[in-house]
Ligand binder design. Structure first.
Ligand code: NOJ
Length: 974
């Protein structure tokens, strides 16, 4: 059932069988984007100057006589000049926030035009509060501020000439802006007709007619390269504003590892793009794009979403820089030495608006970033369970049939998805009644088993007046405009289409109304053939436009306020998802937590949506790269992330699919999805033993849902990622800084290393600390070391490598159910993995999983602790929330928390049905809870303390008589 548009898409983009998958030539390299070419050439000239012994000095300086201290001294402004254009006014504005983050803004003032300065306002949660105590002082050569505890002081200097911004900690440079002198803000100018000459723009390439600049242009280059117009393939970008790009070097002289700037298919520890032996030839590109069959490794292919944050890490400190820019941006990365990093950022337009996050630990950096852009929203509980998708389930009976097969095979599943073919001619929200004659009945049949549906709504709006969304959008004048000021028209699944301009505030309320399934107050059209169990998938929102340059929108198209698409491209997709998320939330009274999956995103999108890594291939390589991609997105704020299980394209063989289920079961977002041309591959179709193995993997995800949900609670409050790379958990263990094929789940202590190769039976896991780790399945105790140690662990298909860090207590629910909602009153198992010193702790957070009642204090939040003395081990459960009255869930203060809240009451009587303790040194003589003597079994084995490896001792206490909502203590006498 392939529509015409789909067929067209495939025709346009399917590669001939013998050529490489992605059409690399459909996407620009740096040298094909004139501003990137100019920016890189500037860097090359600087390097040449320095090599030839000449000093390269930035032409930009801060005029000390213009400095004004503001906001009680935590902020200053001053005029920046370029010696090349002394008459042009630039204003610098530098602020210290109350948490020590420093914001550096520079804009052209009273120029010919205004630069786009709103990127930060879309990303930020709120206007940051400035520091009440940090004050800038103006010296002879610099402005300076010092803050923080004596032992750990941060000093930020803004040097006058040349203009350099330096953040130091304890005297050591952390971040330096313009240290290499690559700052360049191209000011707006008038086009002056000049003589053109034929010159090669890039050495060795064909000549082009260009205007030559005066030969003394040592800084800007000798040509007006692509200033006023740029043609690439059949598209001409008219550039009515002329050149306005921005170049800046951001260096980390004492940090040898950088992470972030998703999304690219590459390692977490960003490989170099410059310098000797660079891994990539091109800089990392941030330009949201739909890259068909993207390769498993690339810097220039910029996938779907962009977050311009880079984290720099060393054993001493972690810092980060968030660059609030929304236009196409390229970032070069080099390591002049093993212990230092240089990055060079080149953006097409916008002001300079940079946030320096001082850390100094990874956790503090996450907190600083979350205070800026918000933390991940606490998702609905069901959305952490298993999702079944394909392009397409072709009818309502198909959905019913798939649901039946899952149930017959006892495979848990929470969500069925509908891709674009549910809709009539790809008019989203309008059912194709030929195949979906009874949508409400279908939704109710799914809901009857406490399941949900997620349905796709893409941003391209079919241009036909019989589509109410188009008709009303047009009447209200809400669509993006082309450069002539008329409705922008492009091609996507729906054929000729228009795009709602979500930069236009008038679109927000209107768009939200479309989701009112009970009808709109004004009686106009809304999606009434929907229910409260429908949640939404936003795809193609880069935006993908089949007949546009690089499959997206022309840069000279016009958005609200007259801004060009060029200025806002990377934010565009996020606004669609953010508005959808609010629409889904607000369609019911009281509100319910929405689930929206978005393909495109920008900084701040974590407050509204989950994301996935798009159209991966069903290959081992893609399965492997999906892991660092998930980690990179996670540390950049997008904690709710995952890759399509099985790979979108192709037909993975059973072994690959089985391994992929394990990867998915240990990703924050766990969804199987497949292209329309692939064979059906729902888990029940697998032959044995694969089917049973996959069933167990999905059940394992369900049994660990308490761990995932608890990790999301923490993430939603602190900004810490849900999946945590090695450097985050063990920031001093250098051997772990580049490891990106194993990671931890929240603070639970679960360490996972998915297998992403065929035929593997064992693998090595890096244990980056002097601690005991236990095999999750067998209880085998492994030992790490301070420097880190590789241990070999078994990795049979049925048991993906999974270790528990000594010192952790894992809550789980081990009864297999059809969907997660049916587990609500299931009992818990607590797995206590003793540390080498005989202690352990863990957390459990639970609420109703759907509403916002948790914001009124309706939740339970428990801490489990195991403490050893010579003769006893005491395991207890304590109420964590009442001891943390200020802790906020989802950013909301919970002053009214009370342990006996309605949700806790609803869990009254829910038992801890089993406690398992790993690593006791000997069999207890008795186990008691109060006066009650508890029965237990004990298997002798390795103690947590010591350095021997082997199966750990295991104590099991069944039915201890403890309840999940109450305080208790169990004493093991040894
Ligand atoms: C592209 C998306 O990435 C993919 O997941 C989806 O199935 C197709 N569009 C069709 O909607």
């Amino acid at each position: 059932m392939r529509s015409l548009a789909a067929a067209l898409w495939l025709l346009l983009l399917l590669p001939a069988p013998s050529v490489v998958a992605v059409k690399e030539q459909d996407f620009k390299k740096c040298h094909e984007s004139s501003f990137c070419r100019r920016g890189r050439a500037l860097a090359d000239r600087a390097t040449e100057h320095v090599k030839s012994g000449e000093k390269w000095k930035s032409p930009y300086s801060l005029d000390a006589s213009t400095i004004v201290l503001e906001d009680g001294g935590s902020r200053f402004t001053g005029r920046v000049r370029s010696s090349l254009y002394p008459e042009i006014k630039f204003e610098l504005d530098v602020r210290v926030h109350e948490d020590g983050v420093v914001r550096v803004r520079m804009d052209e003032k009273e120029g010919l035009r205004k630069r786009y300065d709103e990127a930060a306002s879309w990303a930020l949660l709120k206007e940051p509060v400035l520091s009440p105590s940090s004050k800038w002082s103006v010296g002879k050569k610099e402005v300076k501020v010092v803050y923080g505890a004596k032992k750990d002081q941060v000093e930020v200097t803004v040097e006058f000439e040349p203009l350099v911004v330096r953040m130091k900690r304890n005297g050591k440079d952390q971040v330096v802006l313009n240290g290499q002198g690559l700052l360049h803000m191209e000011h707006f100018k008038k086009k002056v007709e000049k003589v053109e000459a034929e010159v090669p723009v890039v050495e060795g390439e064909e000549t082009q007619k260009v205007v030559q600049l005066p030969p003394n242009s040592w800084f800007e280059g000798v040509t007006e390269d692509g200033w006023w117009e740029e043609t690439w393939k059949t598209w001409t970008d008219t550039k009515p504003k002329g050149p306005e790009s921005l170049s800046l070097d951001i260096n980390f002289p004492n940090h040898g590892h950088v992470y972030g700037i998703p999304q690219h298919a590459t390692h977490l520890d960003l490989p170099t793009t410059k310098g000797e032996g660079a891994s990539f030839n091109d800089p990392y590109r941030l330009y949201n794009g739909d890259i068909f069959e993207y390769p498993a490794s690339s810097s220039s292919l910029s996938l779907y979403g962009s977050i311009p944050i880079i984290h720099a890490h060393s054993a001493d400190s972690t810092v980060a820089v968030f660059v609030a820019v929304a236009s196409e941006t390229w970032v070069d990365v080099a390591h002049p030495t093993q212990k230092s990093t240089e990055t060079h950022w080149i953006s097409e337009s916008g002001i300079l608006d940079i946030f320096l996050l001082p850390g100094p630990t990874p956790d503090q950096v996450f907190g600083q970033y979350a205070r800026l852009t918000g933390a991940v929203q606490l998702p609905p509980h069901w959305s952490l369970a298993y999702h079944q998708c394909r392009w397409n389930y072709v009818s309502s009976d198909d959905i019913r049939g798939v649901q039946k097969r899952f149930d017959e095979e006892d495979i848990p599943v929470d969500v069925f998805w509908l891709d674009i073919e549910y809709s009539e001619e790809h008019k989203y929200m309008i059912w194709e009644k030929k195949y979906f004659p009874d949508p409400i009945d279908m939704l109710n049949d799914v809901a009857a088993l406490a399941r949900k549906m997620v349905i796709i709504v893409d941003p391209h709006i079919k241009r036909t007046v019989d589509y109410p969304v188009y008709k009303e959008g047009q009447e209200l004048d809400l669509f993006v405009k082309n450069k002539q000021g008329n409705e922008f028209e492009g091609w996507c699944w729906s054929g000729s289409s228009a795009w709602i301009d979500f930069f236009n505030p008038n679109s927000w309320e209107w768009y939200k109304q479309l989701y009112k399934f009970n009808g709109r107050e004004d009686g106009k059209w809304s999606w009434t053939e929907s229910t409260s169990t429908v949640h939404i998938w936003n795809d193609m929102n880069e935006p993908a436009i089949f007949n546009g340059p690089e499959i997206t929108m022309e840069k000279d198209s016009i958005h609200y306020g007259g801004w060009e698409h060029r200025d806002v491209h990377n934010i565009n997709g996020m606004l669609f998802a953010n508005t959808t998320s609010q629409a889904v939330k607000e369609r019911t009274t009281p509100y319910n937590r929405p689930f929206v999956l978005t393909r495109s995103y920008y900084a701040g999108a974590q407050r509204f949506a989950a994301m996935w890594t798009g159209d991966n291939m069903g290959t081992w390589e893609h399965m492997a790269v999906g892991i660092p991609m998930v980690l990179s997105n996670s540390i950049s704020g997008m904690s709710f992330t995952g890759a399509d299980v099985g790979g979108f394209f192709g037909n993975p063989e059973p072994e690959m699919l089985t391994r992929w289920y394990f990867v998915g079961a240990f990703s924050p977002f766990f969804r199987a999805h497949a292209h329309i041309d692939t064979k059906r591959r729902e888990p029940y179709l697998l032959a044995e033993p694969y089917k049973s193995i996959v069933r167990e993997i999905i059940r394992l995800r369900y049994s660990l849902l308490p761990v995932w949900y608890t990790a999301f609670r923490e993430s939603s409050v602190t900004g810490l990622p849900v999946t945590r790379p090695q450097y985050v958990v063990l920031p001093k263990n250098e051997a772990g800084f580049s490891i990106d094929d194993q990671y931890y789940v929240g603070a639970s202590g679960l360490l996972v290393k998915p297998i992403t190769e065929a035929g593997i039976t064992e693998t090595t896991v890096h244990i980056g600390e002097d601690q005991v780790y236990y095999d999750f399945y067998t209880g085998h105790a492994y030992r790490g070391s301070v420097k880190g140690k590789s241990v070999t662990v078994p990795a049979p298909l049925e048991r993906g490598p999974l270790l528990i860090r000594g010192g952790s207590i894992l809550p789980s629910r081990d009864r297999p159910r059809r969907s997660s909602a049916l587990m609500k009153r299931d009992p818990f198992t607590l797995k206590v993995a003793l540390s080498q010193s005989g202690n352990a702790s863990g957390e459990l957070y639970l609420d109703d999983g759907e509403s916002y009642d948790h914001r009124e204090g309706n939740f339970i939040w428990r801490e489990f602790v195991a403490e050893s003395t010579k003769k006893t081990v005491t395991i207890s459960s304590k109420d964590l929330a009442s001891r943390n009255p200020d802790s906020a869930v989802d950013g909301v203060e919970l002053a009214i928390y009370n342990g006996g809240n309605a949700f806790a009451n609803a869990l009254d009587g829910v038992r801890v049905e089993r406690i398992v303790v790993l690593g006791l040194k000997n069999k207890p003589t008795k186990v008691t809870l109060g006066k009650a003597h508890l029965e237990f079994t004990f298997k002798d084995g390795m103690a947590a303390a010591g350095n021997k490896e082997g199966v750990a001792s295991k104590l099991t206490v069944k039915n201890p008589g403890a309840f999940i909502t109450s305080d208790w203590s169990i004493v093991l006498e040894l």
